[in-house]
Write a protein that binds this ligand. Structure first.
Ligand SMILES: Nc1nc2c(ncn2[C@@H]2O[C@H](COP(=O)(O)OP(=O)(O)OP(=O)(O)O)[C@@H](O)[C@H]2O)c(=O)[nH]1
Length: 484
């Protein structure tokens, strides 16, 4: 139905509550479409100057009573979010006020006026060329973001930086193709040699290099969107559940001096230094005759969780890291070796420092040992007392540095990680580069070069939504709420 509406001359005017429903200081109702100003005229008796806020009474058309005195904004097409005429009512945020304001709009009985579908304002903005696919995806991610790093990872997309980059590339590609085709035409009449094409090939080569640079620095946005997985592992009684409860600021797991208390993997979503983190408390690794069946299942689950984690947080209680029973923990060290081999980040908390005399000296020895035996960076081993909340802030700051690298907010060399790209956008860029390389491989047959350039241009168009991505629209627009 929506596609029919788009191509028909009778584009409906849509309206919706754009702020959350319920009691609030303010609620904004938005109207977009050819009859937006007619609705405004009918409800307030006048149309204010575009883009200038004015305070006006909204009168219900059938009850002839004032619904609310609201701040009104009118945006004349095309200078609006959707590219159509838009009216915004900034109402007082009462349930009855909003209900009556929506009813008043409906009761104007203007033809072709209806309540908006989810994401329909954004959809119109897209079709009217006010925004591109990268900005829409960035905006949807920004609205969904729950932590600061999630938000900033997509802000370049939301603010159009990625669009401008791709738009520049598209223009250069179109220019190369035009030049190439003009040169082909000219050569048919004037018998040109291959050298005439060299400046064009050089331009394609430069563009390929530039795209490859961007791809190598691209920050995949999905890790931050989906959350960083951290598995808290260690022997029983190490303080794993105590740490999870401390970070969650509530009782997520049972803390008890009885070894083997935690038997299942308990997952909590936390905001650590702006990063969305799925923290999993696991059953303590141990072997022995007093390990019951349920606990041993829990230990297997713990190992699985740790294997899938981006970061393994190993907690060792003082009786282990002070050396008295280090041999007992060989199985844990074997597991850590495994994680390191798979490039997982490992951090170690040397817990219960409150029980250790001269904790720093002992910790320095363990640090050296872990570094030499397991290649764990010195900066990843932290002395803490979870019970007394000592050393935890420093440990969290070090964890956050690992999160920055995992989520590509920052690279290992500390330089700028480039733009945030989602999987779809990276795949299209890879395809584009592939076609550009093909175009250079076939430099001796300029007709193929021209065809490959066209395919490369289409891929850049796919990133911004200019080419053949309609199948994605329903997915993207349905992520927005009604009124967006
Ligand atoms: N003295 C001291 N005790 C601690 C510290 N951290 C945790 N504990 C205690 O150690 C005991 C075990 O803590 P938990 O958090 O249940 O340990 P766990 O690693 O989850 O244990 P399991 O569920 O058996 O795997 C509890 O009695 C805690 O109060 C610490 O920093 N110092």
């Amino acid at each position: 139905m929506k596609r029919f509406e788009r191509i028909s001359k009778f584009i409906p005017t849509i309206y919706a509550l754009s702020t959350p429903a319920g009691r609030a200081a303010l609620s904004v109702v938005r109207i977009s479409g050819p009859s937006a100003s007619t609705v405004l005229q009918k409800l307030t008796g006048k149309i204010p100057k575009p883009r200038l806020a004015s305070l006006q009474s909204i009168k219900h058309p059938t009850r002839s009573q004032i619904v609310d005195k609201a701040l009104i904004l009118y945006f004349q097409q095309p200078a609006s979010f959707t590219g159509e005429d838009i009216v915004e009512f900034h109402l007082h945020g009462g349930k009855a006020i909003v209900k009556e304001a929506l009813d008043a709009i409906e009761q104007t009985n203007i033809p072709n006026l209806r309540y908006a579908l989810p994401g329909e304002f954004s959809e119109r903005a897209f079709y009217n060329g006010k925004t591109d696919l990268t900005q829409l995806e960035g905006l949807a991610d920004a609205i969904d973001a729950e932590t600061s790093e999630q938000l900033y990872s997509v802000s370049q997309q939301a603010h159009g930086d990625l669009y401008r980059l791709c738009f520049g590339w598209k223009n250069k590609l179109v220019e190369c193709r035009a030049l190439l085709e003009a040169t082909i035409d000219f050569s048919e009449e004037h018998d040109l040699d291959q050298k005439e094409f060299e400046p064009i090939f050089q331009e394609i080569l430069d563009l390929t290099d530039e795209m490859e640079r961007h791809l190598s620095k691209a920050r995949p946005t999905e890790i931050l969107r989906e959350g960083i997985r951290v598995a808290v592992v260690g022997p029983p009684n190490a303080g794993k559940s105590s740490l999870v409860n401390y970070l969650a600021k509530r009782k997520v797991s049972i803390v008890n001096e009885q070894p083997g208390t935690t038997r299942d993997a308990i997952e909590t979503l936390l905001d650590i230094h702006g990063f969305p983190v799925f923290l999993t408390d696991t059953a303590g690794f141990r072997k022995g005759s007093d390990v019951q069946e349920i606990e041993s299942i829990g230990i297997e689950i713990a190992k699985e969780k740790a294997e899938k984690a981006h970061v393994v947080l190993l907690i060792l209680p003082s009786e282990i890291w002070t050396g008295k029973s280090l041999a007992l923990e060989n199985q844990i060290f074997e597991l850590v070796k495994n994680y390191k081999a798979k490039n997982q980040q490992v951090h170690v908390l040397l817990n219960k420092t409150d029980l250790v005399q001269g904790a720093s000296g002992a910790a320095t020895m363990v640090r050296k040992y872990l570094h030499q035996a397991l290649d764990i960076p010195i900066s990843h081993v932290h002395e803490v007392s979870i019970k007394n909340e000592i050393g935890l802030e420093q440990a969290l700051a070090a964890l956050a540095s690992s999160f920055r690298i995992i989520s590509h907010v920052q690279t290992e060399n500390n330089d700028d990680g480039g733009y945030g790209w989602n999987r779809r956008q990276r795949e299209a860029l890879k395809e584009c580069i592939k076609h550009l390389k093909m175009s250079l491989n076939y430099a001796s047959d300029v007709v193929i070069t021209a065809e490959e350039l066209k395919l490369a241009t289409d891929e850049v168009g796919r990133i911004t939504g200019a080419v053949n991505v309609e199948s994605l629209f329903d997915i993207i627009f349905s992520r927005f709420c009604v009124g967006k």
